[in-house]
Design a protein around this ligand. Structure first.
Ligand SMILES: [Zn+2]
Length: 547
């Protein structure tokens, strides 16, 4: 071909695609001095205001122009907000805070997309990011060397300007390259978290394929009849926690405004507290109970998850492919089910009492399963799901997420649906059609496994088509490159490239085939969300850090 003989101009350097890497977080307890605590509080305050202002700007801009500001647009506001003498606040850390809004808004957009993909069910809260109270604004992120430095040999983290070196307890060394340094305040305790890049993710390992159903009464059930029981840590501590929260409520009295009092307390140089010290003590006591329970629970889950993926009955039994429910879809389905159950109950009650049948109001039940029950429920499933996917990423276990619709109802042997749907209290699956009986959750896990196997079959069947599309795309790009090179050599007035009109070798016919490169095809009824070759995404990791 003529084009290949033309002198080659230096090719435009292609942006190399970064292969996904394994990110891990290492957290250490900090012991700042009282002065440092005051300074860190100040840093949080500055960033909280920045976050709320930037979020407000974004919402206002969208309302006005229907276009969303990006963090690239918004980081322009940072230099104007840096005042000389501002403690511990660098341009870099401020940009990181603004970037967090991006993550929050993107999360919202993703939820909307999934919600639409699952048929826009009513009664689902999609949660647009809201402004944050200073009490709830818990962390600030730095890039290493840009206002924060980790000094493990001195057991310190240094925050500049003006905060100084804070004492840390380095109970184990971190691994990999530090990507971000995060300072977090949690119930008056301070932590530093390093997110570290551990390099290339491990290759998928060989092993058996399992399906796992996540639940509440049993945290996890496998397709071969193994269970992880719910240890009920939360439930056991609930009465204590409730008592502590009642004390907290009792003490939550906003002191009366003193007339003509200056806004700043001259004794402390800070704003007058909104609540009393007694209230804050009660809040800490309640938070301590919550934290202890959560720690015990997390520890339990991590060990259990290791058992699921690594051992069985005390023997090594590696898992190669893990099929799980897509939790976001599952929570949507559950929210809708609960709403429908409530409406059904109201209807039955009305019928029994001879009252007019209530109509489902639009927007009613917008926040189903509110409060403690829902929080417990989501925490239970979310915790196990996260622990499983994180461990899987480290071990090289491939994770497949499937749409959990009907997995608890369908019979895993004959595929039949029961005429009367099982209620949540029915713990046994008993198929009227084929007579198959099993534990409810085992049956669900078998359905989940089957969906995962179906997904793999589909992937295998799609492979030739995808490969062909990829080759066609490459051919198009190659031709484009050649044409540009030819243009560069012959000058700008070159007529249309002969390759475009000359069709004698016939292989150009392929190019007219429309390329399907835009949307990820969502196979129904299963939805596979590729989590970047099973890497736990950075955003997810960040969310985790912000808890
Ligand atoms: Zn059956």
């Amino acid at each position: 071909m003529a084009q290949t003989e033309t002198p080659i101009a230096p090719a435009k350097p292609k942006k190399p695609k970064k292969p996904p890497t394994l990110i891990n977080a290492f957290q250490y307890r900090l012991y700042p001095t009282p002065t440092q605590v005051a300074k860190l509080e100040h840093v949080l305050n500055t960033h909280c205001n920045l976050y709320n202002d930037a979020l407000r700007d974004r919402t206002a801009e969208y309302a006005l122009t229907k276009k969303s500001l990006t963090y690239m647009d918004q980081q322009g506001m940072v230099p104007g907000r840096i005042r000389s003498g501002d403690i511990g606040t660098t341009r870099n850390s401020m940009v990181q805070t603004i970037r967090r809004i991006d993550a929050a808004v993107n999360g919202f957009v993703k939820r909307v997309v999934r919600w639409r993909a699952s048929g826009s069910p009513e009664g689902v809260e999609l949660g647009y990011p809201e402004s944050v109270d200073l009490d709830d604004f818990k962390s600030v992120v730095w890039s290493p060397g840009e206002g924060a430095k980790w000094m493990p040999e001195r057991q310190r983290v240094r925050i500049t300007p003006d905060v100084g070196e804070i004492k840390a307890v380095v109970h184990r060394p971190h691994q990999g390259t530090i990507k971000t340094i995060t300072i977090t305040r949690r119930d008056r305790r301070w932590f530093v978290t390093l997110t570290c890049d551990l390099g290339a993710i491990p290759q998928y390992r060989a092993g058996r394929m399992i399906g796992i159903d996540l639940g509440v009464s049993k945290l996890a059930a496998t397709d071969d009849g193994h269970f992880v029981e719910n240890p009920r840590f939360f439930e056991d501590s609930a009465p204590r926690l409730e008592a502590a929260q009642q004390v907290m409520e009792r003490r939550k009295v906003i002191p009366p405004k003193v007339p003509n009092r200056p806004e700043i307390n001259p004794a402390t140089g800070r704003k007058w507290p909104r609540y009393s010290e007694n209230y804050r003590d009660a809040k800490t006591a309640a938070a301590n109970i919550q934290r202890d329970t959560a720690n015990r629970r997390r520890d339990f889950i991590r060990k259990a998850v290791h058992g699921l993926l690594e051992t069985r009955d005390g023997l090594p039994d590696p898992v190669g492919i893990l099929v799980l429910e897509d939790l976001q879809i599952k929570q949507m389905i559950m929210a809708v089910n609960v709403k429908m159950a409530k409406e059904e109950k109201a209807r039955k009650e009305a019928e029994a009492n001879g009252l007019p049948i209530p109509m489902a109001e639009p927007g009613a039940g917008k926040r189903p399963r509110r409060g403690m029950a829902k929080a417990l429920h989501d925490a239970a499933m979310g915790g196990v799901h996260l622990a499983l996917t994180q461990l899987a990423a480290r071990l090289g276990v491939r994770v497949i997420l499937v749409n959990p619709a009907n997995t608890s109802q369908r019979c895993s042997r004959c595929g039949g649906m029961p005429e009367v749907p099982k209620t949540l209290d029915e713990r046994k699956h008993k198929c009227a059609a084929c007579g198959y009986t099993a534990d409810r959750d085992t049956n669900a896990a078998r359905n989940i496994l089957a969906l995962g196997q179906e997904m793999l079959r589909q992937e295998e069947a799609d492979r030739p088509r995808k490969e062909a599309a990829r080759l066609r795309m490459e051919a198009v790009l190659l031709r484009k490159e050649e044409r540009e090179l030819a243009k560069g050599v012959a000058g700008l007035d070159t007529p249309a490239d002969p390759a475009e009109t000359d069709d004698e070798d016939g292989d150009h016919a392929d190019l007219s085939v429309p390329l399907r490169l835009t949307a990820w095809p969502i196979p129904d009824p299963t939805v596979m969300i590729p989590i970047g070759n099973h890497v736990v995404r950075k955003e997810r990791m960040k969310q985790l850090l912000l808890i």
